[in-house]
Write a protein that binds this ligand. Structure first.
Ligand code: NAP
Length: 322
C-alpha cells in the first residue's frame, strides 16, 4: 500500500509518499481502508522535532515511527481477534497511527460508525478536533445553556467546530479569529466575530462565563479580565509567545491563581471515546454541526496540505482524500 512517511525531522518536504507494508490488525484492532484523513496541529507542529526534549520520546536523530496522521474515515477491511463492534464493510471514523495512508490499524475503542448521510470527508474532520471542542466545552468548561462563550482561535480546526458545538449546547457565542476567517465564521452563523488584528477582545469590556482558549498566547490573569465573577477559562492550545517554556510558565502561574480564586482555569487533553465520536457524527447527521472542510488534497500531496495548514489562510479542516 501507499503511505505518507517521514524519515527525517524538518519542514513539510520530509513527508513523502512511499510503498509500505500493509498493516495487519492485532487483537482488538480494526484494519481500515482509508477514504479520507484530516490534518491536525499535532501532525504539523512536531514535524521539525522541536522542542528537542521531545526527541527523547520520538527519536534522537530521526523519527522512530515514520508514519504520519491520526484522523481517518474509511471502510473496515478486516478485524483482529476480540473485535465485536465492527465487521468488514462497515463505514467507520476515528483515530489511528499512520492515518495518512491507504490503510491503517485502529484500536476498536478509537472508532465509531459513520451514519449513512455523512461522507467520509466530513467524518474525517471530526475525531481529534471535534472531540477536543466537545470535551473542552461540555466537560472541562461545564458549559450550560444561556451562558456567554468566547472561543479564541476560532478560525482553526478545533475552533471552527467549537463555535458550532457551543451554540448547539445553548451557548451565546463570540469568536476571535484572524481576518482570513471572519467571513467564513459569520457565514456559519456565529453570532459575534472579533478580528484579533483589528480589535482586542479584552479591551471591549465584555464578560464571558467561559473562554475556550485555543491560541494559548495570553495568561490566565489577562483572560480573567473578560470573565464573569465565577467564569472559567479552558486552555487547550499551546501558544507561540515565549515558546513552550513561556506557555508552561503562564499555565503554572494561572493554575496557582485559579486555585486561590473564584475564577477557574482548566487545562485538559482530549480523550478519544466512541460515545463522543458517535455524538459528533449524530450532530452532523442532524444538521447541527457542519464539518468546516476548507481544502482537499489527494494523499500524495500531504506535504502541500501541510504547507497550507502552516500558512494559516485555509483555517478550518484540511482533508486528504485517498
Ligand atoms: N488539549 C488538547 O487535547 C488538544 C487537542 C487538539 C488540539 N489542541 C491544540 O489546540 C490548538 C488549536 O488546534 P487546531 O487544530 O485548531 O489548530 P489550527 O487549525 O492551527 O488553529 C489554530 C488557530 O489559532 C488562531 N490563533 C493563533 N493565534 C491567535 C490569537 N492570538 N488570537 C486568536 N486566534 C489565534 C489561528 O488563527 P489565524 O490563522 O486566524 O491567525 C488558527 O486559526 C493547537 O495549539 C493544538 O495543539 C489541543
Amino acid at each position: 500500500m501507499k503511505a505518507i512517511v517521514r524519515r527525517a525531522y524538518g519542514g513539510p518536504d520530509v513527508l513523502r509518499l512511499e510503498e509500505a507494508p500493509a498493516p495487519v490488525p492485532g487483537p482488538g484492532e480494526v484494519l481500515v481502508r482509508v477514504r479520507a484523513a484530516s490534518l491536525n496541529a499535532m501532525d504539523v507542529h512536531f514535524l521539525p522535532g522541536r522542542p528537542l526534549l521531545f526527541r527523547l520520546f520520538t527519536g534522537l536523530t530521526r523519527p522512530k515511527d515514520p508514519r504520519s496522521g491520526a484522523d481517518l474515515a474509511g471502510e473496515v477491511e478486516a478485524v483482529g481477534a476480540g473485535v465485536t463492534r465492527f465487521a468488514p464493510g462497515d463505514r467507520v471514523f476515528g483515530v489511528a497511527r499512520g492515518a495518512f495512508a491507504e490503510a491503517a490499524c485502529a484500536a476498536e475503542g478509537k472508532l465509531a460508525a459513520i451514519p449513512d448521510t455523512v461522507s467520509f470527508e466530513q467524518a474525517a474532520t471530526l475525531p481529534v478536533a471535534g472531540v477536543t471542542a466537545l470535551q473542552g466545552l461540555r466537560d472541562a468548561g461545564q458549559l450550560r445553556a444561556g451562558q456567554k462563550v468566547l472561543v479564541v482561535g476560532a478560525g482553526g480546526g478545533v475552533g471552527s467546530l467549537a463555535v458550532q458545538i457551543a451554540r448547539a449546547l445553548g451557548g451565546e457565542v463570540t469568536a476571535v479569529c484572524g481576518p482570513a476567517h471572519v467571513a467564513r465564521l459569520r457565514a456559519a452563523g456565529t453570532e459575534r466575530v472579533i478580528d484579533y488584528s483589528a480589535a482586542d477582545f479584552l479591551a471591549a469590556g465584555e464578560r464571558y462565563d467561559l473562554i475556550f482558549d485555543l491560541a494559548g498566547d495570553r495568561g490566565f490573569a489577562a483572560l480573567s479580565r473578560a470573565l464573569t465573577a465565577e467564569g472559567r477559562v479552558v486552555a487547550a492550545g499551546i501558544g507561540a509567545v515565549g515558546g513552550l517554556a513561556g506557555w508552561a510558565w503562564r499555565l503554572a502561574i494561572g493554575m496557582l491563581r485559579s486555585a486561590l480564586g473564584r475564577r477557574k482555569l482548566a487545562f485538559f487533553v482530549a480523550a478519544i471515546r466512541p460515545a463522543d465520536l458517535a455524538l459528533l457524527a449524530a450532530m452532523v447527521e442532524a444538521g447541527t454541526l457542519t464539518p468546516p472542510v476548507t481544502r482537499r488534497y489527494p494523499l500524495a500531496e500531504a506535504a502541500e496540505a501541510t504547507r497550507a495548514f502552516l500558512g494559516g489562510e485555509a483555517g478550518g479542516k484540511i482533508v486528504l482524500t485517498v
